[in-house]
Design a binder for this molecule. Structure first.
Ligand code: PLP
Length: 392
């Protein structure tokens, strides 16, 4: 018997635990002092009324013999998949319902999709990045190359013929930087992937934050993507489902490698290892697309967008290098005076009682940068920004 020793190659993730410990220690030393948190990557507004109403009705369905639901279809109920199909169609992306596979969230899909990929595939992951991409591949023992996000490329790494990778991760709008690829930039990645027989895993978890109509919210808005990309999306940030759990992946039927259909494999994988997202949750998710649901969700998103605008404008006024905030809930900025990310974290907490997330926690290229999020309370955001600016 051998356990998977690749797990021993994982680095301990100290980022959020260290942030939490430092805040705890500060509060113990300064009882009663308010700490302003712009570090949280989780939503804070409650679910929309239309979502809650749908959930209540679904609970009632479960209470009656005639409407009770047991196991559902592993790949998702058609009532939800049809709504997702229409959601894409409104953006001129035409999907077949069989290409939409519902899950309990993007994080599960990002990890589980690797089940259908050969262990020998080489992986290309941007740095800085959402840490789960790296860890999932380390667990599988894959070789990882990184492509650098930096000030020169606006934290949007572009393809390079020196890369020899089979699986490419792209997250746009990006966590942690908030950078968003343009259509031309994504087209360059799609062309690169098609030419090099590579697969793009496109994480669209923050697509709902995009307001600029010229920016792509789905990789399938790009010509050629159906033969080289899987899109992973989620209701978490779109509709506040972080604790409710629902997401989906789009696996096109034209996605074929070595004569094998990725859609068929993912269908088989999910049917074998997953018994479906709960009926009540899928009903709640479908309500996101109702007229009322959409209006209420947009109101919540606007609250976060306005927070982002407040943060972004402060950096603009100060002339501090930053990205994100226009079409994303994250603002990523360069810390002053060549401080490290953690030095700035400590200074901000001790002197101004504000918490953010050190960029170095998202990869080597994040050193010297800092992430703020727009998911907080409005008044706290305004006060925190005022305090941060005093340190710049
Ligand atoms: N992808 C990115 C880039 C994220 O930042 C997150 C969560 O913060 C997720 C995926 C996970 O989403 P979900 O809640 O659907 O698992």
């Amino acid at each position: 018997m051998k356990l998977n020793s690749h797990y021993l190659d994982l680095k301990d993730s100290y980022l959020f635990s260290t942030v939490a410990r430092k805040v705890r220690e500060f509060q113990a030393a300064n009882p009663g002092k308010k700490v302003y948190k712009l570090s949280i990557g989780d939503v804070t507004l409650p679910l929309a009324k239309a979502v809650i109403d749908a959930m209540h009705l679904a609970v009632e369905d479960m209470a009656k013999k005639e409407t009770f639901k047991g196991y559902g279809p592993e790949l998702g109920y058609d009532f939800l998949r049809e709504e997702i199909k229409k959601y894409y169609s409104r953006r001129n992306v035409e999907l077949d319902i069989d290409e939409i596979i519902v899950s309990d969230g993007a994080k599960s899909d990002l990890g589980n999709l690797l089940d259908i990929m050969d262990a020998d595939n080489k992986v290309l992951i941007p740095d800085p990045v959402y840490p789960a991409y790296v860890d999932c591949n380390i667990m599988a023992g894959r070789k990882i190359d990184t492509c650098s996000g930096n000030e020169q490329n606006g934290f949007k790494p572009m393809p390079n013929e020196n890369y020899k990778s089979d699986i490419i991760y792209i997250c746009s709008p990006n966590n942690p930087t908030g950078a968003v690829y343009t259509k031309d930039e994504l087209k360059a990645w799609v062309d690169y992937a098609n030419k090099n027989n590579a697969l793009i895993l496109f994480d669209a978890a923050y697509e709902a934050f995009i307001v600029d109509k010229a920016l792509p919210r789905s990789i399938f808005e790009i010509e050629g993507a159906r033969t080289c990309a899987i899109e992973i999306c989620s209701f978490s940030k779109t509709a506040g489902f972080t604790g409710t759990r629902c997401g989906y992946s789009i696996v096109p039927k034209q996605l074929v490698f070595g004569g094998i259909s990725a859609n068929a494999l993912w269908n088989r994988r999910q049917s074998t290892k997953f018994n479906g997202t709960p009926y009540i949750i899928q009903k709640a998710a479908a309500a996101v697309f109702s007229e009322e649901g959409e209006k209420q969700i947009q109101a919540n998103l606007q609250y976060y967008r306005d927070n982002a605008k407040i943060i972004k404008e402060a950096f603009e006024k100060k002339g501090v290098y930053h990205v994100g905030g226009d079409n994303s809930p994250y603002i990523w900025f360069k810390v002053p005076n060549n401080m490290t990310s953690w030095e700035f974290f400590d200074k901000l907490l001790l002197e101004k009682n504000v918490v953010g997330t050190p960029g170095s926690g998202f990869g080597e290229n994040g050193e010297g940068f800092f992430r703020l999020t727009a998911f907080g309370d409005r008044d706290d955001t305004i006060e925190a920004v005022k305090r941060i600016v005093e340190l710049l």
